[in-house]
Design a protein around this ligand. Structure first.
Ligand code: HEC
Ligand code: HEC
Length: 414
């Protein structure tokens, strides 16, 4: 059964992600082995802790600016920034649907080749989008404006809308201390202002983090030695957990606080409608992200020689990257299907069946993905894994960020 995202992503009275509740585990404490949790599973579980605070982004000096986030909040929901005036970021990243939509392939000014992704917790990612074609949250945020099938606009047209709206242009000036460049501005000034819009959007998106899931509560509670911790998960969820970190091997790629290694893999997922894959995934964008003027090493970055800049500048492509996609986070999935990079799987049960049978899987490179073997899980085991994925759904981000901005200049204080 699929529970609507809205029912799971309820704003609950829980501490924000990453804060350890008082009486919580001592620093460094992890769930101890014992009972149904054997030593090997406990060691793996320790590598999938609750989400901490979002990491600092030194490439965006406004990343934690409240004024920038307020502007970003407005931009995110503003359809005037698209060619037809009907598509906003929120059209495909709808808070009522876990910051996704329900289409297998994203629909904006046209229909794109990929499934929209949730922006929840994306500030935790090193590479953005299915193929990782952006290396920072702000450099991702400027792209949709100019993608023909997404918002189909241009940087000058977008800046003209901002300049022509007294509220937006005032917020821009407050956040960045300078006015929006006018229509006659030189290209470098236009590009710099466009990057700032991306940085405002990123400042907003950094506030879109989900709160603790049932799994996180169990993890923290068990780490603190609470004898009643296990009651926070159902029997099916506990059996699913043991499979996930045990014989089903899911943790091999879905590890870390996001349940993603942040890396790129080819799991042999056949395209929609079958046949041979045509989407080159990571392979098509490695050179592009390295040479992108909006990347972490580029002229618009505020940390051009930092760690991300060095990684991006030294990227080298290789044919093995063909057909690889970023391991998605497994947090907040129930009710947000269809799944996979082109919406190939309707439900989580179908996803788990695929891993179990590898039915229809395209040829895998034996050297790179030897980890993926047919699991031959029973129906009951598959149901347990689905139940465990359900226990990874957290509460919605704090208001006002989780809703469209009000008509009046709202003044969020967090
Ligand atoms: C037409 C639908 C559509 C619109 C409009 C759109 N997106 Fe997206 N978004 C997508 C799709 C599809 C992907 C995956 C892209 C890919 O892999 O090629 C994505 C990926 C992302 C990601 C990456 C998440 C991650 O975990 O890597 C972020 C962040 C994001 N979009 C933010 C935005 C912002 C900000 C805007 C507005 C400026 C926007 N999107 C407009 C469909 C859309
Ligand atoms: C070899 C690495 C690897 C292993 C092992 C692995 N996954 Fe994945 N997983 C991925 C990648 C990569 C994708 C995206 C593939 C695509 O879209 O083509 C993915 C996609 C998914 C999705 C879809 C998420 C979404 O937002 O669309 C789910 C759910 C999932 N995996 C669950 C699991 C489970 C459960 C297991 C264990 C049975 C598992 N994975 C094992 C790498 C892996």
């Amino acid at each position: 059964m699929i529970v609507p995202a809205a029912a799971l992503l309820v704003a609950a009275t829980v501490p924000p992600a990453g804060t350890v509740p008082s009486g919580g585990p001592a620093a460094g404490a992890v769930p101890a082995a014992g009972g149904w949790l054997d030593a090997a599973t406990a060691r793996r579980v320790a590598r999938n802790p609750p989400l901490g605070a979002v990491p600092a982004d030194r490439t965006n000096r406004w990343s934690d600016s409240l004024d920038a986030a307020r502007l970003g909040h407005r931009l995110f929901f503003d359809a005037r920034l698209s060619a037809s005036g009907t598509v906003s970021c929120a059209s495909c990243h709808d808070p009522a649907h876990g910051f996704r939509d329900s289409e297998p392939l994203a629909k904006g000014e046209g229909t794109g080749p990929r499934r929209s992704m949730s922006v929840l917790n994306s500030a935790h990612q090193r590479w953005l989008t299915w193929d990782g074609r952006a290396d920072t949250l702000w450099s991702q945020a400027v792209q949709p404006f100019e993608v023909p099938h997404e918002m189909g606009s241009s940087r000058r047209a977008v800046l003209a809308v901002v300049a022509g709206d007294p509220q937006l242009s005032g917020m821009y000036r407050t956040a960045f201390g300078a006015p929006v460049p006018d229509a006659a501005a030189a290209q470098p000034d236009v590009d710099a202002a466009f990057a700032k819009l991306g940085k405002a959007l990123a400042a907003y998106e950094r506030r879109l983090v989900s709160g603790p899931s049932a799994y996180d509560r169990w993890w923290s509670s068990r780490a603190s030695g609470d004898p009643s911790a296990d009651a926070l998960l159902s029997d099916a969820e506990r059996r699913g957990l043991a499979l996930f970190f045990g014989k089903a091997n899911c943790f091999q790629c879905h590890h870390g606080a996001l349940f993603s290694d942040g890396e790129f893999h080819n799991i042999g997922m056949p395209p929609r409608g079958g046949g041979m894959p045509t989407d080159a995934g990571r392979y098509a964008v490695v050179d592009r992200v390295r040479d992108d003027p909006f990347n972490a090493a580029g002229p618009h970055s505020d940390d051009r020689s930092g760690p991300q800049a060095r990684i991006s500048a030294s990227l080298v492509n290789s044919p093995e990257r063909w057909g690889e996609f970023r391991t998605p986070s497994l947090r907040n999935l129930p009710g947000t299907g269809p799944f996979m990079h082109a919406g190939q799987k309707e439900t989580l049960a179908e996803v788990v069946r695929f891993y179990s049978t590898l039915e229809g899987a395209t040829q895998l490179d034996h050297h790179r993905e030897s980890v993926l073997k047919r699991l031959d899980l029973t129906e009951a085991e598959q149901a347990d894994l689905v139940a465990f994925l359900g226990a990874l759904a957290g509460s919605a981000p704090a208001e006002p960020w989780n809703s469209p901005p009000g008509r009046n200049a709202d003044a969020p204080t967090r």
